[in-house]
Design a protein. Structure first.
Length: 146
């Protein structure tokens, strides 16, 4: 089973059971962001987590095996049209060079890891409209000189 079929089965089971990613993650003591990413095929799950997810959703061993499998992280190269995903592209387009400059001033020449990485999504209620808070937490990896 490939990751796409796996994701379709997981999302269908989630919808059938009227679950949210937050509920599943809480019940399984996992990060909701990591859990969602793994279930959508962008991360591999350790065996014990894959088994927990598939048991919780009532899915079979093929889904467990697909969750464990290493992903090929390829996504559509076109600018997305989904408004929320597009806005994230817009943020990077507008602030990407600024973030690069500020990070390199603070840390030196290097990059932020997306491997040694965590992310949180939070909500701050406000009378002017609720706020989305994205926290990206990646290890700094300096470029080597030789």
């Amino acid at each position: 089973m490939n990751k796409e079929v796996m994701s379709d089965l997981i999302v269908a089971a989630k919808m059938e059971k009227s679950l949210t990613w937050e509920k599943i993650a809480k019940d399984l003591s996992m990060s909701p962001v990591w859990l969602t990413s793994a279930c959508l095929g962008m991360n591999s799950a350790p065996k014990e987590k894959a088994v927990a997810i598939t048991n919780y959703l009532g899915l079979g061993e093929e889904v467990t095996a697909a969750l464990i499998g290493f992903p090929t992280k390829i996504w559509d190269q076109a600018v997305p049209t989904d408004p929320l995903v597009y806005r994230l592209y817009e943020v990077v387009g507008v602030y990407g060079d600024t973030l690069k400059e500020v990070i390199q001033e603070k840390f030196g020449d290097g990059i932020m890891s997306a491997i040694d990485f965590s992310m949180e999504v939070d909500k701050i209620e406000s009378s002017k409209g609720d706020r989305v808070v994205l926290t990206l937490n990646g290890k700094f990896l300096p470029y080597a000189s030789w």
